[in-house]
Design a protein around this ligand. Sequence first.
Ligand SMILES: Cc1cc2nc3c(=O)[nH]c(=O)nc-3n(C[C@H](O)[C@H](O)[C@H](O)COP(=O)(O)OP(=O)(O)OC[C@H]3O[C@@H](n4cnc5c(N)ncnc54)[C@H](O)[C@@H]3O)c2cc1C
Length: 344
Amino acid sequence: MVPTLTGELDEVVASVADRARDLDAGHADTRVDITAAGAAGLLGRGVVDGSLASMIEVIERVSSVSLSAGFSLWAQRMTIEYVARSPEPLREKHLASLLSGERIGVTAMAAGLKQVAGLGEVPITGRRGRAGVVASGPIRWASNVYDESLIVLPVRTEGTTLVAVVDADAPGVDIRSAPDLIGLGSTASTSLELTEVTIPDDNVISADLTAFVRGIRPVFLLLQCAFCSGAIGAALDGAAESLAGVNEVFRPEFDERTAEFDSIRSRLAVYAAEPTTPSPADLIRLRLDAARTAVAASRLEATVCGGAGYATGTATNRRFRETAFIPIQSPSEGQLRWELAQFE
Ligand SMILES: Cc1cc2nc3c(=O)[nH]c(=O)nc-3n(C[C@H](O)[C@H](O)[C@H](O)COP(=O)(O)OP(=O)(O)OC[C@H]3O[C@@H](n4cnc5c(N)ncnc54)[C@H](O)[C@@H]3O)c2cc1C
């Protein structure tokens, strides 16, 4: 991919790199990075300005120094994508503050994607009340969850499943305390419970989850590939430093991972230019390849780095733990393999 962005991105990446260790240790959170990217005008690429390729570059480069920050940026950017596809009043109300990073966005859409794939039902249910839809149920996991966040979530009602925005501090929203994680501890990832939360009709983004997911899915998957790709590049750079001497025996694996990385990046560039043209199966294949290569590359890096990479304070160890998240991130490796099998 040809670099297209200038000094603003370099500054954001340098700041994330300086904070990567604190982020990993949970001594900082990624709001600072979201706000910095917003202030630099980097969050709306491919939706309100610029190209999707340049958004991929932003997420890829940030993820190459911290997957925590890259993942949080992805979640923010997806919230922006959803709101940008909303009716005009919702766009008016929320888009600018999400783009600037003043408001933090939460994509609680995993259950929605699973339902559309035919793998279960959205657990948040809604019934019609006097002031809108009254929603109750769990969000098993979501990231960027702060009291001041804006959450996008699916609600299953009789006859249809909606996509709506909810303020994280709305009455009836209970944010559970975040569990200790092996990585991504700075991403405010936790579970929530909704009890009789009133969602006014004005807060509905779409009354048709299936059509909505079909629309956002290419961008959703391509931007996930971007954070995988950032992690792969960093792991291969880390591995390359230790490939001499006895470790020359790992050269064939390193070359294979490098070839996979090149293939992922070139497909990403082609698909980003026309996100609606790759077939659903091709998109799933790319996302699966990106997930598997991220895990394999960080595993290779840890192996060739030896004991140094086993110490939790090292970047090698951080990548090893961070990339363990990728196969379970929705759509999980299990879901992607299951979906791909439907096409083959
Ligand atoms: C740190 C962290 C941050 C996260 N952030 C977000 C976020 O911001 N937004 C968001 O939407 N989600 C988020 N998630 C959730 C994530 O995207 C996945 O949905 C979640 O990790 C899946 O784990 P689960 O335990 O809910 O698994 P389940 O969905 O219960 O799946 C468990 C296993 O079973 C497989 N499986 C799934 N469905 C079926 C089925 N019907 N039949 C058979 N097997 C099945 C899966 O492939 C998986 O291997 C986050 C998760 C974590 C750990």
